[in-house]
Ligand binder design. Structure first.
Ligand code: NAD
Ligand code: WQD
Length: 339
């Protein structure tokens, strides 16, 4: 029988790509979002890409009554929970909004699941739970810590799910620690559409390449890395989406829970990414070196072995492909979904 999957935060960047991956894998997907950080226009694009009508309910995951109606109506067998706020700097200035939405939303979703006998959840965690790494690559058993309220919500989210699993072993949870998701669907029809000034590197670079912004500020060139700029494990959003389908399959075919890194295992510097983007776009990306961004770490990349061994999943797409697909999206949609 086809499993119905409730996708929260479904109109967002990573969830919209995951929606297609789950449909491709044969699941019935029901999306939920309150559009607090996304556009309803993504739904038209998804229907077009899926070549089928899509099922969607506008709702806030902090609203228990709304979730009850959705559970009654669709009877999902699993939840893939993306809904959350994600801006690190904003979480420092508005911690309560982050705790309410990210922790309140997760607890509320789990309570609705409990009321409706749904006990499988895939949770969007983050490499941010590793804090400042002591050793690279990062394995799942590395020490964890939070350096800002956003990171604390991910660390706490993982803890909540572990505790729920201890209290009731029927629960199966998958905490997926994403490294740095970038790129876009190869069609150029969906992609990342940040509101205001992008906080993250690739969307900023994309807006410089397309002429929306003058130059990139490179936050520090005196880190202990090969070229002095920060090193990260960038992962194509399509690979990441497939990682969710693999994790869900695992939950359905096994007993127990898991916590895994979703990364490529390779680190690239800010300047590596700038050069790759210039090559992909044929545009120059002017930059200037600026002071380090407070809270940034020098380098971070995954040991992806556990995802390979447990889920049979590996990232396939390289940095050039991440830049090419980001550029196609950026060029076709210079103002994002408002183009
Ligand atoms: P996004 O902002 O594009 O997507 C999140 C979606 O959730 C948005 O569509 C937003 O409208 C929705 N949402 C937020 N609060 C909601 C609520 N209370 N009710 C219903 N919908 C709500 O972000 P994204 O980059 O796609 O991230 C998805 C998830 O992955 C988040 O949990 C984020 O913390 C996590 N994550 C993201 C990254 C990253 O770099 N993008 C890295 C690690 C983890
Ligand atoms: C990458 C590199 C910057 C912008 C953040 C969150 C993390 C996770 C992913 C959700 C760093 C440099 C950036 C710019 C720059 N999100 N940079 N100029 O910091 O690794 O991770 O997003 O879970 O929690 O902290 O990603 O893309 O912001 O930065 O030089 O304008 O690019 O210093 O070295 P980061 P990023």
């Amino acid at each position: 029988m086809t499993t119905t999957v409730l996708l929260t935060g479904a109109a967002g960047y990573i969830a919209s790509h995951t929606w297609l991956a789950l449909q491709q894998a044969g699941y019935r997907v029901v999306g939920v979002d309150n559009f607090s950080n996304s556009s309803p226009r993504v739904l038209e694009r998804l229907a077009e890409l899926a070549a089928a009508p899509i099922e969607f309910e506008k709702a806030d995951v902090c609203d228990g009554a709304a979730l009850d109606e959705i559970f009654d109506r669709y009877r999902p067998g699993a939840v893939v929970h993306f809904a959350a706020f994600k801006a690190v700097g904003e979480s420092v200035s508005q911690p309560l909004a982050y705790y309410r939405n990210n922790i309140g939303g997760l607890v509320n979703t789990c309570e609705a699941m409990q009321r409706h006998g749904c006990t499988r959840i895939v949770f969007s965690s983050s490499a941010t739970v590793y804090g400042a790494p002591e050793q690279l690559p990062l394995r799942e058993d590395a020490p964890t810590s939070a350096t800002n309220p956003y990171g604390a919500t991910k660390l706490m989210g993982e803890q909540i799910l572990r505790d729920v699993g201890v209290a009731d072993p029927a629960w199966q949870t998958a905490c997926l620690r994403y490294f740095n998701p970038v790129g876009a669907h190869e069609s150029g029809r969906i992609g990342e559409d940040p509101r205001g000034t992008p906080n993250n590197l690739m969307p900023y670079v994309a807006q410089v390449a397309v002429g929306r912004r003058e130059r990139l500020s490179v936050f520090g060139d005196d880190y202990p890395t090969p070229d002095g700029t920060g090193v990260r494990d960038y992962i194509h959003v399509t690979d990441l989406a497939e990682g969710h389908a693999a994790a869900l399959r695992w939950l359905l075919d096994n007993s127990g829970s898991l916590t895994v890194n979703l990364g490529t295992g390779r680190g690239y510097s800010v300047l590596d990414l700038v050069r790759a983007y210039e090559a992909a776009s044929g545009r120059s990306v002017p930059y200037e070196v600026a002071p380090r961004r407070p809270g940034d770490i020098a380098a971070c990349w995954a040991d992806p072995a556990q995802a390979r061994d447990t889920l049979g999943w590996q990232a396939k797409l390289d940095l050039d492909r991440m830049c090419q697909d980001s550029w196609r999206w950026q060029q076709l949609n210079p103002q994002g979904f408002n183009t």
